[in-house]
Design a protein around this ligand. Structure first.
Ligand SMILES: Cc1ncc(COP(=O)(O)O)c(C=O)c1O
Length: 484
């Protein structure tokens, strides 16, 4: 074990029990009659036996070693690690949501269905597009769904187009989704200011282009204000504009992708609408489409019937079909509903204003010590490329040292090599942002005056510097007796 907290197996105390259950009133059965002999031969599993207090202390002690948004500032670029209001959790835990079975008759689930229906209508309004599917389970899944819809639309109009264009400032999942959908990828160049090079786009979009996938604001934190021109160039050749809306936090209520030419977009509810996330999930990636693409949306679709009740519409002959079992990540969608409902339209606009202000404030405070390769103003995040090499340190040293200050490191070395990508989000106070800036400025001095301090960091964490390559290549994720 790399931590001094022993596992439950090591503190097992035969006979101890963490719960006291009443005497069972289920008749005893001879196990030999119900359990196959080979399973019985192995004997009972060696489960730990622990008293309640020891169990509680074990898990609380482990919990205190975690880095979490509730305890620490998390300026992780491209992840929008905002605070998740507890009221959203409460809504998702309501029995009428959490205890429903997916096969429950619609009549028993009217409350949940109404929430899902309203959410899809609100999301369409926020996007400035005609209709939304809530089915996709993540942003990348939304991208795949959107591309399948675009393919179906082209096919339905007798076109077989194979090419998908992405600017080189696109999120990494964009090219991956394109390839998953069998598309041929072509990269469009970005200008030095991070915006799309329109000449390069004009040269590359043609009658074989199915779509342009553009992340806007993009992964270097720039809102491409040429988006309407970009859309016009793409549409002129009969192609579609797929807008990766995962960075919507910066433009919520300020501009709508549908109003500036997007035909399809996805949301990352787990970024914009405050669902907790990390380590790959859980999330939801609803997809919004323009009027001409509605017929191809996945089924079933949650609908409001003429009599005012809610249910599922399975009939959409041109639909691309299901992309997810049942109805999507319902618990996550309810959290998004609660978040939008509690903020209202004006509140959402303030989210974007404050997210943008926070990113630009931090950039302005650190710019003299941290080079900013793309000129601002920034959207929700920005990247800096410090000259770590000349200081004799690597960005990982810098990241580990930040942990000593109780700050989660920013995203590193992506999308630009050796960069830090900083996204403060709107939920942090000015006090937290100022402390972060002070720490970054102090660390610039540390890196210059005492690089060893960074090279050997972290110094205050439950575990010191780990061999990250070995941890990734030979992960030990299972405790075995005698390997402690
Ligand atoms: C801009 C952008 N697009 C797409 C994605 C992919 O979303 P997901 O991780 O939910 O698949 C992300 C993830 O953070 C993102 O930041």
């Amino acid at each position: 074990m790399i931590t001094d907290e022993p596992s439950l197996f090591e503190i097992t105390s035969p006979g101890a029990c963490a719960v006291s259950l009443p005497e069972s009133d289920v008749p005893r059965v001879d196990p030999r009659k119900v359990i196959p002999a080979d399973l019985l031969a192995a004997g009972p599993p060696a489960l730990p036996e622990i008293g309640e207090l020891d169990l509680v202390r074990h898990f609380v002690s482990l919990a205190h070693r975690l880095f979490s948004i509730d305890q620490h500032f998390y300026p992780l670029g491209s992840c929008t690690m905002k605070y998740n209001p507890r009221v959203n959790e409460r809504a998702a835990a309501l029995s009428g949501v959490a205890d429903l079975h997916p096969h429950q008759p619609d009549a028993d689930a009217q409350g949940l269905l109404e929430m899902l229906y309203r959410l899809r209508v609100w999301l369409a309004e926020i996007a400035g597009l005609a209709e939304v599917t809530l089915q996709p389970a993540a942003g990348a899944h939304g991208e795949m769904t959107g591309l399948l819809i675009i393919q179906a639309w082209h096919r339905d109009h007798g076109r077989h187009r194979t090419k998908v264009l992405t600017p080189d400032t696109a999120h990494g999942t964009n090219p991956a989704s394109c390839v998953m959908c069998g598309g041929r990828l072509l990269t469009v160049k970005a200008r030095p200011d991070g915006r799309v090079d329109l000449d390069d786009l004009r040269a590359k979009v043609d009658e074989d282009t199915a779509a342009l996938m553009i992340t806007n604001p993009n992964t270097v934190g720039i809102y491409d204000d040429q988006i309407a021109d970009i859309a016009a160039i793409v549409h002129e050749r009969g192609a579609q504009v797929y807008l990766d809306g995962a960075n919507l936090n910066a433009i919520l209520g300020i501009t709508r992708p549908g109003d500036v030419g997007a035909d399809v977009m996805h949301f990352n509810t787990h970024k914009t609408f405050s669902t907790p996330h990390g380590c790959g999930g859980p999330g939801a990636g609803p997809v919004a489409v323009a009027e001409h693409l509605r017929d191809y949306l996945p089924v079933p679709q949650v609908v409001r019937r003429a009599d005012g009740t809610y249910g599922w519409d399975h009939v959409r002959p041109k639909s691309i079909g299901r992309v997810r079992s049942y109805f999507g990540q319902t618990g996550v969608l309810v959290r998004a509903y609660a978040y939008i409902r509690s903020l209202g339209g004006d509140g959402l606009t303030r989210v974007a204003e404050r997210a943008v202000l926070a990113a630009n404030y931090v950039a302005a405070r650190i710019k003299d010590r941290y080079p900013l390769p793309f000129p601002g103003p920034y959207a929700h995040e920005f990247i800096t490329v410090p000259d770590f090499e000349s200081l004799g340190i690597r960005e990982v040293d810098f990241a580990k040292r930040l942990l000593d200050y109780d700050i989660h490191p920013p995203t590193m070395s992506w999308p630009v090599q050796h960069c830090l990508m900083i996204e403060p989000t709107e939920t942090e106070s000015k006090r937290t942002l100022d402390r972060f800036c002070d720490v970054l400025l102090a660390m610039a001095d540390e890196a210059r005056d005492n690089p060893d301090l960074l090279r050997t960091a972290p110094h205050t964490m439950p575990v010191g510097r780990l061999d990250e390559v070995a941890a990734n290549r030979k992960p030990v994720v299972r405790w075995r007796a005698g390997t402690a």
